[in-house]
Design a protein. Sequence first.
Length: 276
Amino acid sequence: MSTALNCNICFIGGGNMAQALIGGLLSRGLPATRVTVSDPVEHVRELLQAKDIHVTDNNIDAIREADIVVLAVKPQVLADVLKPLNGLFTDKLIVSIVAGAEIETISAFTGTEMVVRVMPNTPALVQTGAHGLFAYPVVDDAKRELASQVLAATGLTLWVESEDQIDAVTAVSGSGPAYFFYMMESMIRAGKNMGLDEKTATALTLQTALGAAQMAITSSNTPAELRKNVTSPNGTTQAALEVFDRAQISQNIQTALAAAQKRSQELAQDLSDSAK
């Protein structure tokens, strides 16, 4: 069976997320000679060329020999990038990490439904990303496995059952890192208010976040059970959690994620409308 490490992979767009994926693939054994990146920015091309990656500013040349084409451009330039390439994707698998770009929109520009839509998140930059993937049935298991391998180079890959669920993935994991950063900010501020210096408050907060995540990942207990296990009756943790409950923090988080999902739907619709 073909693996991603035996494929020619082209990236249209060489920004941070593309560079993270490329770095992950190279570390897994993909030869640099199998990677081509097309980007209009000379500095980006020079940066990648220094890693022995073939670079160009010509998208048609870039995709010519590719087995897999990764779309990693801003949503607002997607139409301009893809329209000149319509009909040139025969026998190629498209993996799109373009925010809000539905498969129907990409297919209209490219002339193919051989598209895997991905919602990544920024921890992919440190190989701990979470990626939600979706494709139409025309993308067979072998092609899905190739897409998974490309994304697995930077973190967890999970397939969803419908494209609508990508909006939920966006709300939970796509935007999710910011929610945890927000919590960290608040904890650091609280630590400083209680007399800790910023360096100490920051170190304690970040290590606690890392440790809690690691416990949740490795434990057979659910996060709810882990929370209960560290909440002694009438103890300090309970005192803090009761404040959270009185402020309806849990309900507010659910409302916030619903707002993120709704905005994701709106952005996808805007991009779809602009493509018509």
